[in-house]
Write a new protein. Structure first.
Length: 109
């Protein structure tokens, strides 16, 4: 999802992915592709949610953080599959619509 506007859920997941298994704030910032200001906001949020703990300036995922990340990955996979199905259906619709318009418009009445 990099290169597009990301929603809060995908930013949380990117932060947790960057932390897994444990790392510094600077590394998280670069791996999650966030500004320092945005990183601080999300780090505070994931710590408050109990997804991350800080030990000696190293950020580590908690059990809840690992579970959230696992569930997010499952969701994201299903979401991508649904997007692909939707795109295929839209393409089929366009083809059928084109065939219908072509035959309806060219046949004499």
């Amino acid at each position: 999802m990099l290169g597009k506007n990301r929603d809060s859920l995908s930013i949380v997941a990117a932060v947790l992915e960057a932390i897994n298994p444990g790392t510094s704030k600077t590394r998280i910032m670069y791996q999650a592709n966030l500004s320092f200001t945005v990183l601080k906001k999300y780090l505070d949020g994931v710590i408050q949610a109990g997804f991350v703990r800080v030990e000696a300036s190293t950020y580590e995922l908690t059990r809840e953080g690992r579970e959230f990340l696992r569930d997010y990955r499952k969701f994201y996979e299903r979401y991508n599959d649904a997007q692909k199905l939707l795109e295929a259906a839209e393409s089929e619709h366009d083809k059928l619509s084109h065939l219908c318009n072509k035959s309806v418009l060219t046949e004499p009445v």
